[in-house]
Write a protein that binds this ligand. Structure first.
Ligand SMILES: NC(=O)C1=CN([C@@H]2O[C@H](COP(=O)(O)OP(=O)(O)OC[C@H]3O[C@@H](n4cnc5c(N)ncnc54)[C@H](O)[C@@H]3O)[C@@H](O)[C@H]2O)C=CC1
Ligand SMILES: O=C1O[C@H](COP(=O)(O)O)[C@@H](O)[C@H](O)[C@H]1O
Length: 259
């Protein structure tokens, strides 16, 4: 990707992971909701993703967008997800196709499919010896309105890809935590995404050759109920981390990351 890449929600946790890993690798344009505390190392602008004028300015001249901005709370109320997540994503897509942006990477969520975690399947599905897998071909099945908003973002991508030809990757992100997996939280360990794997996965979404994809964004955890096959096959994702190699916040496996 030679053209600039727009990163919305740049001040958040996922943005931090991506910039930690890929800060030097791309010509970034960062979009913040509020003025950042420190002067960023990259070109940036401040604004709301539902403000059409700001969004047009944000997408002007970029080759790709990683769209993270939104309300990330699983408990978020409808009013917030309708505006920040659904309307904001539609406005980003509309501006992107008008400006001729080639590629749109969308931060979807495990919560788009959270209701597959039924009482009958849990907690067994969170464990390493359980072979239940979601692979991205299943229909969305949200367990909250936040999940509904994330599933809607995926469908917006389907529409803008089919009608306007923009390349789209929806990443159903698991549970991103820095330094170590969530402690005493089986679900979180099953869907842990390390910071380095998050950066690497997003690099692949910018570099790989694909049309429209839905992939799961987790590390290569022994415990898992999301298949990584599509991310590996379509994107060339090669995760390096595994929540099983941690005991609380202690790394107990004798290995070194290569990325
Ligand atoms: N952190 C995680 O484990 C996961 C995150 N995600 C998704 O990834 C994205 C980023 O999540 P995080 O970095 O964790 O959240 P965050 O809250 O740390 O960052 C989100 C950023 O978006 C900005 N934002 C919110 N509404 C906005 C608006 N209307 N206009 C402009 N900017 C706006 C916020 O100011 C914030 O800086 C979200 O879309 C979230 O749904 C999905 C699954 C898991
Ligand atoms: O989509 C998201 O998912 C993660 C994991 O969900 P949780 O319900 O197990 O915490 C969440 O931490 C993050 O805030 C959210 O955006």
């Amino acid at each position: 990707m030679d053209d600039p890449v727009l990163l919305t929600g740049a001040g958040g946790r996922v943005g931090e992971a991506i910039l930690q890993g890929l800060g030097e690798q791309y010509d970034w344009r960062l979009m913040y909701h509020n003025p950042p505390d420190e002067e960023p190392d990259h070109e940036y602008l401040v604004g709301d993703v539902i403000d059409e004028a700001v969004v047009r300015e944000a997408v002007d001249g970029v080759g790709a967008i990683i769209h993270l901005a939104g309300d990330p709370r699983p408990s978020a109320p409808w009013k917030s997800v309708l505006s920040n997540n659904i309307d904001g994503t539609q406005k980003m897509y509309e501006a992107a196709v008008e400006a001729g942006v080639e590629r749109f990477v969308y931060a979807s969520s495990n919560h788009a499919v959270g209701a597959f975690e039924t009482d009958e399947r849990t907690p067994e599905m969170y464990r390493a010896d359980d072979d239940y897998r979601l692979d991205g071909t299943e229909l969305p099945r949200p367990g909250n309105l936040y999940g509904v908003s994330k599933a809607t973002g995926e469908v917006l991508g389907r529409y803008y890809h089919d009608e306007h030809g923009i390349t789209v990757c929806n990443v159903r992100i698991g549970n991103l935590t820095e330094d170590h997996p969530p402690i005493d939280y089986e679900r979180g360990q099953a869907m842990w995404l390390s910071y380095p794997d998050c950066a690497h996965l997003h690099e692949r979404t910018l570099e790989a050759d694909y049309e429209y994809e839905i992939v799961y964004g987790i590390s290569d955890n022994d415990r898992k109920y999301y298949s990584l096959e599509r991310a590996k096959e379509a994107l060339g994702y090669e995760p390096q981390d595994n929540s099983a190699e941690w005991d609380g916040d202690e790394h107990v496996a004798d290995y070194e990351r290569t990325v």
